[in-house]
Design a binder for this molecule. Structure first.
Ligand code: SAM
Length: 326
């Protein structure tokens, strides 16, 4: 079991399969974004090897993300490999849903059981403005395909002040009345590439709770507020699903952090919001054995920082969210 120096069990690896994306969400990246050439990314064989080594060191949960992970043609094979790897208990996917309609069934057959789909609004014009290029009907088709093959659904909405902080929040939360989904509202996080904009746009949990209560009445706190992953959950009384808040800025959950991130180009990120990194490529490409790589991973886990430093104005400057794997 990989424990860090603060005795946290670090057992969750988020793997970015590409830094490229088929959308350009305004809070995530500029429209003219340059992506890494394909040959700078880890190969499928390198990824399969790493998944096996991480599982061997005690990582039990794998999530594929990006960029947009559905752009990688080997996604289904990688899910199948992760699912079949001894020690891996759950395999998840974070996606914008644009390509999910055609992938939901093969992903489910490969062992995927849950999907986190990013959806900030149900207003098609606003969706296009936020994502710059996105077509809402494509995403909704993907969402329904995922639900109909039996994938567990979490919807992730990044809330931006003045854009989607009221009616959109209510419309998304309404899904939970009938569907056993989690609809989670995420605070915008500042990154060096976009920090001022993000700081001005943050909408806190209390404010969103007030909006939701004005529509649905009192909400029940689920599990006495114990975090589910990173989300604090509420339920409209009698509803099938839950409403969650992920508030890394106003309500950090670093004490419960159990994750490392692997970027598409082979860098381990120790904290989403700090630049501490460890490069796996010299080992992977320099002939290191599986045992040597496992020892390196254990060393890296040990020095994982306690938490982010946003309160001290420390933030990630070397990479934006899409280059890390959100
Ligand atoms: N393309 C996939 C998707 O859209 O889910 C996976 C990668 S995307 C970077 C992962 C998540 O990060 C999305 O839900 C996105 O909305 C969120 N995100 C991007 N920039 C963010 C920011 N500055 N603060 C909070 N969440 C952000």
């Amino acid at each position: 079991m990989p424990l860090d120096q603060y005795h946290r069990d670090i057992n969750y690896l988020r793997i970015s399969l590409t830094d490229a994306c088929n959308l350009r969400c305004v809070y995530c990246m500029p429209e003219q974004m340059t992506f890494r050439p394909r040959d700078e990314l880890l190969s499928d064989a390198e990824l399969r090897r790493l998944i096996t080594i991480f599982a061997g060191t005690g990582f039990r949960k794998i999530r594929f993300t990006g960029g947009e992970p559905t752009l990688r043609s080997s996604l289904v094979d990688l899910v199948r490999h992760a699912h079949a790897t001894p020690g891996v208990e759950s395999v998840g996917l974070t996606t914008n849903g644009v390509l999910l309609a055609g992938l939901a069934a093969p992903l489910h057959a490969a062992g995927l059981r849950s999907v986190n789909l990013s959806l900030d609004t149900l207003d098609a014009d606003k969706f296009r403005r936020i994502t710059r290029w996105g077509k809402l009907p494509e995403v909704l088709t993907g969402l329904h395909a995922a639900a109909s093959v039996g994938l567990r659904i979490k919807l992730n909405a990044v809330v931006s002040r003045g854009t989607n902080d009221r009616d959109d929040v209510i419309a998304l939360a309404r899904f939970t009345l009938e569907q056993a989904w989690q609809v989670r509202f995420i605070e915008q996080m500042p990154f060096g590439n976009n920090a001022d904009f993000q700081k001005q746009s943050i909408v806190g949990e209390d404010e969103l709770l007030a909006v939701l209560r004005s529509e649905f009445g009192q909400l029940e706190l689920v599990d006495q507020g114990k975090l589910d992953g990173e989300a604090r959950l509420y339920r409209v009384p009698g509803a099938a699903g839950c409403i969650g808040f992920i508030s890394p800025v106003s309500n950090p959950f670093c004490a419960d952090c159990n994750r490392l991130r692997l970027t598409a180009d082979g860098i381990l990120r120790l904290c989403l919001l700090r630049d501490d990194e460890a490069d796996l490529r010299p080992l992977l490409r320099g002939g290191a054995s599986d045992e040597e790589i496992a020892a390196f991973i254990r060393k890296v886990v040990h020095v994982k920082p306690w938490g982010h430093g946003l309160a001290q104005e420390v933030m990630s400057t070397s990479r934006g969210m899409s280059e890390i794997g959100g």
